[in-house]
Design a protein around this ligand. Structure first.
Ligand code: AHR
Length: 660
């Protein structure tokens, strides 16, 4: 984790203690009462292809509509000269391709030009792998990166030739090194010889992808995910799991196997909001279930795939006929069972073999599956039941995640939780995109949850401000405050994932989001840093922490303070998180009670996320406006006295040492 070291010293922090005529808030950590285990899955990530998060984002492909199979076949392309659209190509699920022929005159040109996703971003000195499936007899094509709106002599700033000389379809490849940085280049292909050439699956990837994989991920974005130390990775959505209709639900079986033959799917976020309409937003499935499992593994996160339960999006479909009848769910249930085989099965099994052929003979060790996203009404449990019955029988080792609907409380929520208990779901997914007032009021949300039922998965949550404020500092601060309650209740809360992950600055549909990006840059929001700080300071066990014998959860009389404490048995340290949501500095004493005489605290560290401007946000233009600041802290005896500045998320860490 990149933390910005400051010269902040414990003395400087402690100095203020006398500066405020306020009563000290006395927090007590019961160091000798090591409590519930904190699951390794506790803090994780939720990925959905929304806001161009996959195609045009994390998925590093730079060409839009690379196989000419969008419903408008030339969307994203400009064609010139003698170009014909064909539909008997080598990949049956993506049958279209283009035939380029002589333009009829030596001075005329034939070719195609792709605009990428909001342009094609390339960086000076970086290599880009162009590939194409082609056939033709001794035909030359030139492949160029161009800038159209330029006063320069030539538009192309890098160019390479390929000779296509195969009667059968064959893949050709060339690497272009960009001599400069351009955010909005185009890819242009000219036919250079007087014959005919067929082109299919025209692709351009940076060579330097995450972990160097072909068909890989944009490195800065994947690295940002990795840097949070996620314990769980939920994919592929969200509402795209359900689809606007069943035909357009996310079908994992179509997202695996050779990338050229993964069929196109609609992306509902292309049209869900008419005021944020993106007619060129589709799912290529290039980032499919294999890639999601691989990324989970490479991030050391448990994969959590979510599958359709047979209900198309209930926001968009009130008609019962839009859904699969309960008696017709067999193929959906089989999809779930086959997915477990794809992830975990031996390479001799049908789906294990597919995984092995894709390059991963070892199992992915999937442990969790979610059935349904935001579902509600009787129609959900009646569909979930046959899934649960079949999965328990075939795979009792897999933990099942059910849904509590789209709301954090209310009639559907109150109906669904008992239903999930009856069905013995292992975890229940809760979603809450809520305003600041809600987050402030929820510090003790989980304190009184039933400890005997399913565990909680806070699967999608984010805070927003009044007056259309998103990703501003105050939202992140209140998320940090709320998360102390998740942590204190880690016996019942086993997973939590902020949402959504990514947004292209030119193509978003939904705010807030954890990471914003354009074609060249990415920016980590304050909410990202909150997630990262929790991920890095998860600990292994909850330790009781109280103020006046009560949980510190922003309750009446607690001066806007929220807090939690954990023990980390790997690093032998205590970690206390305190969030001061009030507008005044709070003098706080943290008493590490219960240490034995021969035990002392050492190696004190403090990490602060703070700002005096609650509306400030990190942006592409000003990406480091707010970042965590790290410093050393001294403690005398077992009590740390600090002033916590207004609107501050503070973390204090001390190792426990035994003196001889
Ligand atoms: O994250 C955006 C959407 O919010 C998700 O698709 C859905 O699950 C929730 O309503």
């Amino acid at each position: 984790m990149k933390l910005h070291k400051t010269l902040l010293t414990a003395a400087a922090i402690a100095l203020g203690a006398s500066a405020y005529a306020q009563t000290t808030n006395e927090l007590v950590v019961q160091t000798n009462k090591i409590g519930a285990e904190i699951q390794p899955t506790m803090y994780g990530l939720f990925f959905e292809d929304i806001n161009y998060a996959a195609d045009g984002g994390l998925y590093a492909e730079l060409i839009k509509n690379r196989s000419f199979d969008f419903p408008q076949n030339y969307m994203g392309w400009r064609i010139f000269g003698n170009v014909k659209l064909m539909n008997d190509g080598p990949f049956d699920q993506n049958p279209h391709y283009v035939r380029l022929s002589n333009a009829g005159h030596a001075h005329k040109h034939t070719g195609v030009e792709n605009e990428g996703f909001f342009g094609i971003g390339v960086k000076k000195g970086e290599e880009y792998r162009f590939s194409v499936w082609a056939r033709g007899e001794n035909q030359k094509i030139s492949v160029q990166l161009v800038k159209n709106n330029t006063m320069e002599e030539g538009q192309a700033f890098v160019s390479q030739e390929i000779t296509v000389n195969s009667k059968e379809w064959k893949q050709y490849e060339v690497v272009l090194t960009s001599p400069r940085t351009e955010a909005k280049a185009h890819l242009r292909i000219f036919l250079e010889t007087p014959g005919t050439v067929d082109l299919e699956h025209i692709s351009l990837f940076p060579v330097d992808t995450w972990k160097g994989h072909k068909n890989g991920l944009r490195k800065d974005l994947a690295q940002a995910l990795y840097d949070t130390k996620p314990g769980v990775f939920r994919f592929p959505g969200g509402c795209i799991v359900e689809g606007t209709d069943l035909d357009t639900r996310y079908d994992w079986k179509k997202s695996v196997g050779p990338v050229e033959n993964r069929p196109l799917n609609e992306n509902r976020w292309h049209y869900t909001f008419k005021h944020r309409f993106f007619p060129d937003y589709f799912q290529s499935y290039g980032l499919g279930f294999y890639e999601y499992f691989l990324l989970s593994e490479e991030m050391n996160a448990e994969p959590l795939p979510i599958l359709s339960c047979g209900l198309a999006c209930q926001f968009q479909n009130t008609d019962q006929d839009a859904h699969v009848a309960v008696c017709d769910l067999d193929s959906y249930i089989q999809d779930a069972i086959d997915l477990i085989e794809f992830a975990n099965g031996d390479i001799t099994t049908t789906w294990g073999k597919v995984r092995a052929e894709m390059g991963h003979p070892e199992p992915f060790n999937m442990k969790f599956i979610g059935i349904g996203n935001e579902q509600w009404g009787e129609e959900y449990p009646e569909r979930l039941k046959p899934f649960v019955d079949a999965l328990r029988k075939a795979h009792p080792e897999i933990l099942i995640v059910g849904s509590s609907g789209p709301d954090s409380e209310g009639a559907q929520f109150d109906y669904l939780w008992p239903e999930m208990k009856k069905l013995k779901a292992d975890l229940v997914d809760e979603h809450f995109y809520r305003p600041e007032s809600w987050f402030l009021s929820q510090g003790s949300r989980y304190d009184n949850y039933d400890r005997k039922g399913p565990k909680v998965f806070a699967g999608e949550y984010a805070c927003h401000g009044a007056g259309k404020k998103y990703n501003h500092y105050n939202a992140a601060l209140l998320e940090a405050a709320f998360m102390t309650g998740l942590e204190r209740n880690a016996d019942i809360v086993h997973m939590a994932t902020y949402a959504p992950l990514f947004a292209h600055v030119e193509g978003w549909q939904w705010r807030p989001d954890m990471i914003w990006f354009d074609n060249l840059n990415s920016v980590l929001t304050c909410s990202y840093y909150v997630q990262q700080l929790y991920g890095h300071n998860r600990g292994t066990n909850v330790v009781p922490l109280t103020m006046d014998k009560k949980a510190v959860s922003g309750q009446e009389g607690q001066n806007g303070l929220f807090a939690s404490a954990v023990w980390d048995s790997n690093d032998n340290c205590y970690i206390v998180k305190v969030v001061n949501t009030s507008a005044t500095a709070q003098p706080v004493s943290i008493n590490f009670a219960g240490l034995k005489k021969n035990q002392k605290l050492a190696n004190g560290e403090c990490i602060l996320l703070t700002s005096d401007n609650p509306d400030l946000e990190n942006t592409i233009e000003n990406p480091f406006a707010i970042t965590p600041q790290e410093s050393k802290v001294n403690i005398e005896g077992n009590v740390l006295n600090v002033d916590i500045a207004p609107n501050t998320f503070a973390i204090y860490k001390f190792t426990k040492e035994n003196s001889k």
